[in-house]
Design a protein around this ligand. Sequence first.
Ligand code: MG
Length: 336
Amino acid sequence: MDSGLIQLDQGSGGRAMHELIDSLFVNAFNNPLLAERNDSAVFEIRGARLAMTTDSYVVDPIFFPGGNIGSLAVHGTVNDLAMRGAKPLYITAGFILEEGLDFGDLKKIVLSMAEAARQAGVQVIAGDTKVVPRGKADKLFINTSGIGIVPEGIHIGGQNACPGDLVFINGTIGDHGMAVLCKREGLAFENEIESDAAALNGLVDLMLESFAGIHVLRDPTRGGVATTLNEIAEQSGVGIRLFEEALPVREDVIGACEVLGLDPLYVANEGKVLAIVPAQGAGAVLSAMKSHPLGRASCLIGEIVSDDPGRVFLRTRIGGHRLVDMLRGEQLPRIC
Ligand code: MG
């Protein structure tokens, strides 16, 4: 693409966004760390291995069941560090505020950021504040950076999946996306769907203590489990088989997805980790996951294979195989 206008689906987390990132940003900034396309970049400075990441939050509405734009900003940034096995240390936060934003709302959001940071064991050590005229932004956007330190012997990245590895997840899929969407659209179901947004660094610590040789960790945010596994399949040059009957989805999320014509496999999560683990560590990692409050419902959902490199297939309940592509088009704008 050499001209034209930016479209919503170029921020979807799916195929169009990856094409934009590869054709423009990775090319222009052209360096090996960025080209790895991992959740954060890991590099060495004077013998210490550091992980660094950045993220922006534009979720609408700014308050949703289970969180708000502030707690989400901390959780998402901590998680992108944890997905490289890093111990998150420091975060920065830039605030773009719309003229007319309610001060009480801003205060609530900042206090919940502070609480989320305290719980995750990170400090917000630098920030920036801008205010733009009414209508030039929507209430509040937040941009963050995060930095952490990677312990010795930990080598986690999307390029490391190997045939024979097993794929685990720490609980139900699609909760965050459906919580935000139902709130935004004013859809009421019997029980309110709550976002799963949470900091995963404590869970990841336990997993790595149980087995340091985990190959891949990634949080299936925009584009959902389907898109995230496609990224990993492409990065590692392997095939991935998902087991349909094993995919954990809450009944109310299934119901809401049916009403809205969505597939939970493509709906965003903010407190989930996909773990790709060599068979010899699988039992230890799964029991470590189950021993943590954020991993009680952890389960095996798939396996890495050498057939069909770069592709993800779903083994259906009746034994068929269906190709699971990356998200195409824009399913749920402003979900995070
Ligand atoms: Mg991520």
